[in-house]
Design a protein around this ligand. Sequence first.
Ligand code: AKG
Length: 327
Amino acid sequence: MSCLKGQTIDPPGGVKPFRELRATELNARILKERMDAHGYVLIRNLLFPNDFHRLITEITQVVAAARLLQPGRDPLDRIANPGVAFKDTDPLFKRISDQVFNLESFHAFPHHPTLRQLMELLVGPHVLVHPKSIPRLVFPNAGSFRFLPHQDHHTIAGDLQTYTAWMPLHDCPVKLGPLQILEGSHRYGVQKTPGTGIIPVETAHGDGWVGGRISAGDVLLIHSLTVHAASPNTSSQLRIAVDCRFQSCDRPINPANLIFPGSGAKSWETTYANWRSDKYKYYWKQLPLQFHPSKADLAQLAQTAEPPDIRARYARILTQIREQMPD
Ligand SMILES: O=C(O)CCC(=O)C(=O)O
């Protein structure tokens, strides 16, 4: 996703406050109506701090061990080490992101019963939790380098009715750089500049940008076609959020979401190396999934797609998905 990053300019019409829904108001009708109308739903106070206390503790320990937090302070305060000019193009950033990705608590989090119940209201009883959630570690010293407007469908692909739950693991006032949303943008289909997933603010279609604070326990649910962007972290603290993706098992998934299509050494076995339990390992293998692209499509693409590195990527996806889920 690094091609989606850069310096954003402020939306011309300004940013209005998010529409919000209290957890106590939640039901399937209201959730679907709001998602259909606006392309996102911000649910206030859905989770309790205890639901992710272990996760944020472990993440901040990883970051502190890499000396990226101010020494002598509690890692949970997340005060960035002012001596470190840190961008996420740094190899150290990749290393700590991988360490966070490998945490068992990180993979347990999207299976939290409250999140599953929320997603059942939206997609029905057969919820598929995508196994590759993404840790979002945004340092203040990264300047204004951040996620430009994009649609998650660009990277997730598969079925359009796939949803991202974006959840900060601590209160995220505006100065910490929460997400901003282009309301109603999911109604305009795929929007992008050819070759990249970036959607220039001047040409993006939607009803207007919204934003504001997102607190610990709030869940920002986003349709896969909804245009959104990160705002800058102008504080002195690290901003930590988790991106979890969900859909119905009854709808096709892009198999790239279940494997590691890159040419690096990342694998489920390296991810699972220090886990204590098998509970969340390979849970999707037991599910009756449909793939888009299918294995037959992948075999074709591995022969014909251009350029050659894309062919090689399809070949890696096919090999891994055949190993994981043979016919
Ligand atoms: O947390 C961030 O900075 C970016 C998250 C994002 O853009 C996404 O969830 O697609």
